[in-house]
Design a protein around this ligand. Structure first.
Ligand code: ADP
Length: 519
């Protein structure tokens, strides 16, 4: 068969059957022959073809490809799949794949071409898509790890590399991070090799929302999703792990849970605080009622003073609680206003100490005032500063035992005035030190035996001090005592100096603020 030749007419019949472009053009670009597919693909007429130059229809950026092909084609071989963009009649370009043969004797180029615009477009879409996918995987904030069926890591994205900087990234195996890290699950159990997501996906397990904590200077919490990936035949081809840093969320959750717990404790405590004085008042009134009913009112007259004091003390306790609750909610909603004026702060603090000293002594304690300044005028709200001081002194009384001493000091310290209340009482645990200023926080109730309290006093104190532009801190040691240190800005405002009301008008305030100390 191969030896047989076709006549011209048969050749033409076959030529007309092909869907490929067949053309021949001279080295100078003039077209020698072009089949009808050439016209169909590019939209040229036979007249156009007479006039066009093949080099003119090649995209300017691709011309060098053909020239280079010609230059290197020393051995006069065929060149296959030469990709060039060629211009159509409507001036758009089509991607063509050409098989070319140079005839150096005739100076003619024979070319067979196919329109591959669609597949090139598709190819480019796939390449672009892959690029985008790679960029997304590389840059997502979640850490991605991909391992092969032997557990050898084949891919880490940027977050994964920075999450485990000590790890030898490529070629390392599942479990490698256990060499330098310790993990715990949320129940506090140690996560060992068998439990880590890498090991589990190698066994075919799919993991959704597994949370672990990486211990260290700052604990980090991760939420992990991981999955084995199989091919069509069900063979394991890769294991993908996605680790998300959820430390912020977990901290907020823990904080919220703590707050909820504190609120629950608070409501329990507050209902006790509200009920106890009411019960006492009610019982005393019932006693009066009984005296009236059985006619022993006159007979029991001597006890009246004591009973009235009990009622008063418990009314004060209720007032303190309600005042504190109202003020705290006013502060939180931004409605609490200070009545600021220029005041001699040394005088205010000394007067408070003087006015409570008799009471403190009745508790078997001693209170001492000390300062290195005679007078210091600063801007403050005297009524609220008194409240702050009474709160701190009442705590010092509550958590001291007979024979202890309370020291109140006022010092000038740089740009601030430092006021401190120091006691030699039971002290505060280091863990609780920063907590006590939080709303509703009370350290173990069993420690605060000799007093009642709602756990909002210090929160209110802190808020009032901060509204003055000041700070409050505490230093404490168990069984040695505590020192609360307030720093107020040493500054005045442009209003006249106001003389503070005298000690007697404070008695009611003291009665209220000290009402939760047992008589
Ligand atoms: P409370 O009304 O319960 O006293 P506070 O907010 O005033 O509420 O105090 C919160 C907690 O801080 C107290 O329950 C107590 O455990 C602790 N605390 C405050 N002051 C002292 C102190 N001087 N010594 C020891 N513990 C204290």
């Amino acid at each position: 068969m191969d030896n047989k030749t076709l006549d011209k007419e048969s050749y033409e019949k076959m030529f007309n059957l092909t869907r490929e472009i067949l053309c021949a053009f001279y080295f100078n670009g003039e077209v020698k022959y072009a089949n009808s597919v050439f016209n169909d693909v590019f939209g040229y007429s036979n007249v156009d073809i007479e006039e066009i130059n093949m080099f003119y229809i090649i995209h300017p950026d691709d011309k060098s490809i053909l020239n280079n092909a010609k230059l290197v084609n020393k051995e006069r071989r065929e060149i296959k799949n030469l990709r060039l963009r060629c211009k159509c009649k409507d001036c758009t370009f089509k991607w063509m794949s050409w098989n070319i043969k140079f005839d150096w004797d005739e100076e003619v180029i024979y070319a067979v071409g196919q329109d591959i615009s669609n597949s090139v477009e598709l190819e480019q879409t796939v390449i672009e898509g892959n690029k985008k996918l790679k960029a997304i995987i590389e840059n997502i904030s979640d850490a991605l790890f991909i391992c092969d069926n032997e557990g050898k890591y084949t891919k880490f994205n940027k977050s994964a590399r920075s999450m485990f900087p000590c790890m030898d990234h490529y070629g390392s195996k599942v479990g490698e991070s256990l060499k330098t890290n310790t993990y715990y699950d949320l129940s506090g159990s140690l996560v060992n090799y068998e439990d880590i997501p890498g090991t589990r996906i190698l066994k075919g397990e799919k993991i959704i929302g597994y949370r672990i904590m990486r211990s260290g200077k700052d604990a980090i919490f991760y939420d992990i999703n991981a999955s084995p990936i199989y091919d069509d035949k069900g063979n394991f081809i890769a294991g993908v792990q996605c680790w998300r840093d959820v430390t912020k969320e977990m901290r907020a959750k823990i904080e919220l849970e703590n707050n909820m717990r504190m609120q629950e404790e608070f409501f329990l405590n507050i209902s006790h605080e509200l009920k106890t004085p009411l019960n006492v008042i009610y019982t005393t009134i019932q006693l009066f009622d009984l005296y009236i009913k059985n006619g022993s009112l006159v007979e029991n007259r001597d006890k009246f003073h004591k009973y009235i004091n009990i009622i008063k003390q418990n009314c004060y306790r209720q007032i303190k609680l309600v005042n504190n609750l109202v003020d705290l909610s006013k502060i939180q909603s931004g409605f609490f206003k200070l009545h600021l004026s220029n005041q001699n702060i040394v005088n205010i603090i000394e007067n408070i100490v003087q006015s409570v000293s008799e009471y403190v002594e009745t508790k078997g304690l001693k209170i001492v005032f000390d300062t290195n300044i005679e007078e210091k005028i600063i801007v403050c709200d005297p009524t609220n500063i008194e409240r702050v001081m009474l709160n701190l002194i009442s705590n010092a009384i509550k958590f001291s035992t007979i024979g202890d001493e309370i020291l109140v000091e006022v010092f000038e310290k740089g740009d601030n005035i430092q006021i401190s209340v120091k006691d030699t009482g039971i002290g505060i645990n280091e863990v609780d030190l920063q907590e006590i200023f939080k709303r509703f926080k009370q350290v173990d109730k069993s420690l605060s035996r000799n007093a009642e309290g709602s756990g909002i006093g210090l929160c209110l104190v802190k808020s009032i001090v901060e509204l003055h532009g000041g700070t409050i801190n505490v230093e404490s040691q168990i069984d040695k005592g505590s020192k609360f240190i307030i720093e107020l800005p040493n500054k005045t405002i442009e209003v006249p100096y106001e003389k503070k009301k005298n000690i007697n008008s404070k008695i009611e305030t003291i009665n209220i603020e000290f009402s939760d100390i047992y008589s």
